[in-house]
Write a protein that binds this ligand. Structure first.
Ligand code: NDP
Ligand code: 8X3
Length: 254
């Protein structure tokens, strides 16, 4: 595959960081995004030194439209071939009658509005170029629901709908839109963020082996590396010990 310019949101940790590494390894240039500047700098330095690719860093909050617009102005002369809408989070794990409204707003603003702000700003350039590939990082939580998952599941069901809707609107311009929908993924900060830094509660992978961020990065690379006439629309992936959101064989790690 010819070297591409790949923009990844949420590249400071977990799936986004692993995806940045996977693309750098294969010689692609990156625009890595996230709020944490130091992490972006450390990652950029490592990837540039090890893989000799160009890595641009953009530090902004995806849920803040003016920050998104300001950040993207800095790369207005760059052609973006691939947009990976990965930034997202679960916040809280409470039933609907006692969930924190501020957590709900954070999830809706990040997982839905953030993805929309990025797409609205980048897709017109892809339409003009009649070329581009967008991957949304969805979730099993966008396919089914589970106790206390309420608003997070609603946002990921929204991502699932948006992936389909974006594809309908963009396929006529030669733009591919697809999504990966993973179950539990370790080597991420996902559980730590969901449980607000409570490391005990965040120990949710000790009695089974889920997929890890590198597994998902390889799947995203596989989706992007198909020939131009092939668009992988949706990949639902879980660890072998996970049947769905509610059935996990917690029988020990593999
Ligand atoms: P991490 O917490 O490790 O990574 C989340 C990334 O999103 C970080 O780089 C973070 O960067 C970024 N981010 C969060 N909020 C914002 C914001 N407001 N503005 C900009 N960047 C933001 O978790 P994962 O790697 O697991 O999560 C990546 C995606 O994968 C999410 O969409 C998540 O919903 C999805 N997912 C995760 C699964 C899992 O089990 N881990 C399973 C299925 C889907 P920073 O803090 O520097 O801004
Ligand atoms: C993350 C997986 O099961 O915590 O999207 O919703 S789950």
């Amino acid at each position: 595959m010819k070297a591409k310019n790949v923009l990844i949101t949420g590249a400071t940790s977990g799936i986004g960081k692993a995806t940045a590494k996977e693309f750098a390894k294969k010689g692609h240039n990156l625009i890595i995004c996230g709020r944490r500047k130091t992490k972006l700098s450390d990652i950029a330095k490592k990837l540039e030194t090890k893989y000799y690719v160009e890595v641009e860093k953009l530090s902004f909050d995806v849920s803040n439209l003016s920050e998104v617009e300001q950040a993207l102005k800095k790369i207005k002369d760059k052609k973006i071939d691939v947009l990976i809408n990965n930034a997202g989070l679960a916040k809280g794990f409470d039933p609907i009658h006692s969930g924190k409204i501020s957590d709900w707003e954070t999830m809706i603003d990040t997982n839905l509005k953030g993805l929309l702000y990025m797409t609205r700003n980048i897709s017109p350039l892809m339409v003009k170029a009649k070329n581009g590939h967008i991957i949304n990082v969805a979730s099993t939580a966008g396919k089914e629901v589970y106790p206390n998952g309420n608003v997070y599941c609603a946002t990921k069901h929204g991502v699932d709908a948006l992936t389909k809707a974006m594809r309908i609107d963009l396929h006529k311009y030669g733009i591919r839109v697809g999504q990966v929908a993973p179950g539990h993924v370790e080597s991420t900060e996902f559980a730590k963020v969901r449980f607000d830094g409570d490391t005990e509660k965040a120990k949710i992978y000790e009695d089974f082996t889920p997929t890890n961020s590198k597994d998902i990065a390889k799947i995203i690379y596989f989706m992007i590396s198909q020939p131009k006439h092939v668009n992988i629309q949706d990949i639902l992936v879980m660890g072998t010990q996970q049947a769905n959101s509610n059935f996990i064989s917690r029988s020990g790690r593999l």
